[in-house]
Design a protein around this ligand. Sequence first.
Ligand code: GLA
Length: 384
Amino acid sequence: MQSVDQLKELHRKRFAAEPAVFAAPGRVNLIGEHTDYAEGFVMPAAIDFATLAAISPRNDGRVVLWAENFSEERTFPLASLPGSRTGEWSDYPLGVLQMLAADGHPIPALSLTLWGDVPLGSGLSSSASVEVATASAVTGLLGIKIPGPELAQLCQRAENEFVGANCGIMDQFVSANGAADHALLLDCRDLSYRLAPIPKNLALVIANTMVRHSIAGGEYGTRRAEVELACTILARHRPQIRFLRDATIADLERWGDEIPEAARKRARHIITENTRTVEAARALETNDLARLGQLMHEAHVSYSRDFEASCAEADLMVELANKLHGLIGARLTGGGFGGCTVNLVEQQAAQDFKVQLAANYQKQTGIHPEIYVCHASDGTRRLG
Ligand code: GLA
């Protein structure tokens, strides 16, 4: 972990200016997958991997971005910031600048140093953390405060409209509004949320299959299209169904024959996942860990079989976890097709769990997995 002081020093040396530093975390989703863009429920937690953004003003009319992880600098004249994506890492901060400008906030000349330890392409929302860290840094420099839910929406727009990834609101929302030691149950319809405490005796163990995941890849988009197709067909019968959030299993039983098989299965996942997610929040709040674990298990099976968004490695990682001592629940987390599994594990068993899971996975796949024992952390904030 890069300390705040190290990052400040780095920024000072490069830009000869004293920066303010902001952090925005990555996230792990406990349950509620692909439900966000169907206006359903999700229950992620912010984690203690984050992007840090150091920012200072300039007086030469430029925006200068430095990515410490890639050792790369990009400079843009403020008067002609790119209006569309370039396909580079700078799209994430530039998208945020463009959305702030579109909302009427004058973008000043600035130097921005970005550094992060959210593993890239692992389904832990490194991109959302870059967007939210940039938004916090720039609004901090401007001396304005945008409420967390709005900041998240602005960052989602940056990703949808500038970067060109058609994601939902979950990742940016929890990066902006998460709280230490809590999961966040979000209603993606009206963005109301409540925080559910994660018991102190539980660890969040995140197991990286090392199979790369990308939401810009085609699978995320095809799944989303199938979900929307199923919704359109059901809505012909019941116009109150605006999103799959509004549909029930009874609707699917009644009119499911009209939906192509793949889309019907995707719809079944979304409808049952919404129910599971709300129940999982209750289970967490009442400390019913057996039920929570069971719901996570059912969610994984549904994600794998109905949504078909898992992969052999993720299924194996979950299956191996299910055999280990101390496990409450395990499932593939995030957009799917690789990335990480999330494991709720009794704190005192977490270290052994990590060692054994890594050894067993490596034995069967030949792949050395990275396994992180994490904690739920606060959303974006100013540091130091
Ligand atoms: C990605 C997207 C989110 C959400 C998840 C799946 O992380 O960015 O909006 O759709 O996939 O739950």
